[in-house]
Design a protein around this ligand. Structure first.
Ligand SMILES: C[S@@+](CC[C@H](N)C(=O)[O-])C[C@H]1O[C@@H](n2cnc3c(N)ncnc32)[C@H](O)[C@@H]1O
Length: 246
């Protein structure tokens, strides 16, 4: 299935903890925005690395993580399964029967491409309609005034990096489609050992153009609040129904 991380799950942690993401700083920054005791939903929780860091800072929060790659969730269960509610679900169609104070995504379902002003929304969900449906579904899972934190992603680039045990990570990016609303980037992940590819994955990232980015989020009831103090997240707030009505 498109954009699952099954084939590279076993190498995922080795790659992202080699300097690709700083989970400790991200958790601190999240906490500085949302404060203690919140009900948090992570969209595309992956192997639970951010959830683990966050719970160390705020053990009083109620943390739920959804993901649609079962093998990633298996690792998350070993890591944080006793403290985080982990659910296999697609963010576009999830029905969690719960509302949250905060939803966040780091490299997960959605993000904001930070290529200067204006910002661009996008992520792992393909096409306009699925994103519209997904954002509206997400809004149903957030309380009024709730926050949506989307990681700020620098433009994707090709690079190689040597990880532990002689594993070499590479990523290769190519634009494969452009429409009036969005561009689609193909991202190929490779893990090599002794020049042999031991795991590979291909995903498609949809990057919406600025105008439709704003429309999609606004239609779903999200208002741009600004960037977080350390520039790791874009912050949106769910409008109250009173404000929506005018
Ligand atoms: C790059 S990983 C990020 C994982 C984690 N947030 C982290 O910081 O390490 C992207 C994750 O998003 C999940 N994902 C992508 N699209 C999704 C969707 N529509 N619904 C649920 N999970 C999704 C993938 O399965 C994968 O585990």
């Amino acid at each position: 299935m498109l954009n699952q991380y099954t084939a590279i799950t076993q190498y995922y942690d080795r790659w992202v903890t080699s300097g690709y993401y700083d989970y400790e700083r991200m958790a601190e920054e999240t906490y500085s925005i949302v404060g203690s005791g919140c009900c948090i939903l992570e969209l595309g929780v992956g192997t639970g690395l951010l959830a683990q860091q966050y719970l160390q800072i705020d053990p009083t929060c109620e943390f739920t993580g959804i993901d649609f790659t079962p093998s990633m969730l298996e690792i998350a269960k070993d890591r944080v399964g006793d403290r985080v509610k982990l659910l296999e679900a697609d963010a576009v169609t999830m029905d969690l029967q719960a509302t949250f104070d905060v939803a966040l995504s780091n490299g997960g379902v959605w993000g904001i491409l930070d290529s200067g002003d204006p910002w661009q929304f996008g992520g792992h969900v393909p096409g306009v309609e699925a994103n519209r449906q997904g954002l509206q579904n997400l809004a149903r899972h957030l309380r009024e005034g709730g926050l949506l934190l989307l990681h700020l992603q620098k433009p994707h680039q090709d690079f190689d990096k040597v990880l532990s045990d002689g594993i070499v990570y590479s990523q290769a990016i190519q634009e494969i489609e452009e429409t009036e609303d969005y561009r689609v980037l193909e991202k190929r992940y490779f893990f090599k050992k002794d020049e042999e590819v031991v795991a590979r994955e291909r995903i498609e990232i949809t990057c919406f153009k600025p105008e439709i980015s704003q429309t999609l989020l606004s239609e779903a009831g999200f208002e741009w609040q600004g960037k977080s103090p350390g520039d790791r997240f874009a912050i949106f707030k769910k409008r109250s129904s009173l404000a929506k009505g005018g």
